[in-house]
Design a protein around this ligand. Structure first.
Ligand code: DAH
Length: 373
């Protein structure tokens, strides 16, 4: 009785086999990719799959039934397995075709720049490199000092007496006074590096000091933070003739011209005597500036013979040694050379501006290869 009921159940299931098979084959045909096909496989042949479930009923059948029904179920399983394999082949080659289509390479396209070459060197960094290259070629060493300075190095040792109006002209950023009353400040010029160098080295001295400087000032031609390069030469017989030659050679090399007219005007700085300001001749032509000749003069630096008081304050005997110094505005010469109109753009970090005015990272300035090309 029991046996008969069980066989009945199985045989009812068997009558659905053909339907089940065609259902699975339809699902296989409809599977759009290998993942969908795998899902169909699992639902039919996986542990809990529909065909596996039928196979597990074989154990409950009589040997005769098992023979005939088993053969049917196994043949359905084979049909499904083959259909799966056939569809997998089709999907695999379709996926490969699609990939090959999407990955075509047009070998005639121009080379795209590597990411490392897409960045640009800021024109100020470029100009620092150019200045260093020119002075290094003349035998100058590079000296450095801190941005946060003592009042003593920024002013007093440079012969600015306490309360002297020249101190006021520097529009200094001061820090709060310390307990002993002394005040640190953001250096207003690179000249304190002269002091540091003379205090730590014996003449002969031949250094430049490129660096950041700060003053409370802000408009189209002034920013609170700007850049200078200081120069200092100390030995027994250096004189103004040497200074003029150095600056002349520097300007020709920097502005990349064979000839340049320069004008040395008397001026005043507490740390030099005599003091001079230097202009270069130029011509403005339809928004462009040409250097070396023309009707206009542009001021680019201050200079002079180092004041004996400064030498003395730095432990150098002014009766034995003498020397000269200069301080040049880096932002100013960068703007002149590369035709920029507003100083503030140098500090805005605008990538479009940098893309236009910046320099390729691997094009290092050299005197032999050209500074800016
Ligand atoms: N320190 C001066 C300034 O910032 C520039 C200067 C002038 C530097 C004459 C010098 C010099 O070394 O000799 O205005």
């Amino acid at each position: 009785m029991l046996d008969c009921a069980r066989s009945q159940e199985v045989i009812v299931a068997m009558s659905d086999l053909a339907q089940l098979e065609s259902q699975i084959l339809a699902q296989i045909a409809a599977a759009g990719d290998e993942a969908a096909l795998e899902a169909v496989r699992v639902s039919a042949l996986g542990k809990k799959g529909s065909i596996s479930a039928l196979l597990s009923t074989l154990g409950k059948m009589s040997p005769d039934e098992r023979k005939t029904e088993g053969a049917k179920i196994n043949s359905a399983k084979d049909t499904v397995t083959q259909a799966l394999a056939a569809r997998r082949d089709i999907l695999k080659s379709a996926a490969l075709d699609a990939r090959l289509k999407s990955e075509t390479i047009d070998v005639t396209l121009p080379l795209r720049e590597a990411p490392a070459e897409q960045g640009r060197i800021h024109p100020l960094s470029q100009v620092f490199e150019e200045v260093n290259t020119i002075f290094a070629d003349m035998g100058f060493a590079i000296a450095e000092g801190p941005d946060i300075e003592t009042d003593d190095y920024n002013f007093t040792k440079l012969n600015f007496p306490e309360g002297h109006p020249a101190r006021e002209m520097h529009d200094t950023f001061f820090f709060n006074p310390k307990e002993d009353g002394s005040r640190m400040l953001l250096r207003t010029h690179t000249s304190p590096v002269q002091v540091r160098t003379m205090l730590s080295q014996k003449p002969p001295i031949r250094i430049i000091c490129p660096g950041r400087t700060y003053r409370i000032d802000s408009d189209a031609t002034h920013t609170p933070q700007f850049h200078q390069v200081e120069g200092l030469v100390i030995d027994r017989s250096s004189h103004l003739g040497h200074l003029k030659w150095i600056l002349h050679e520097f300007c020709k090399a920097f502005f990349e011209v064979d000839h340049i007219n320069m004008r040395f005007r008397p001026s005043f700085f507490p740390f030099t005597e005599p003091s001079l300001e230097v202009d270069i001749q130029c011509r403005r032509d339809k928004g462009e500036i040409r250097f070396g000749e023309g009707e206009d003069w542009l001021e680019i630096l201050g200079c002079g013979m180092v004041h004996p008081n400064v030498l003395r304050a730095c432990g150098i005997d002014p009766d034995v040694y003498q020397g000269f110094a200069w301080g040049m505005g880096i932002d100013r010469i960068a703007m002149l050379k590369y035709g920029m109109s507003d100083l503030r753009q140098l500090f805005e970090s605008d990538v479009r501006w940098l893309g236009h005015y910046g320099f390729k990272p691997l094009d290092l300035p050299t005197l032999a290869g050209g500074l800016s090309s």
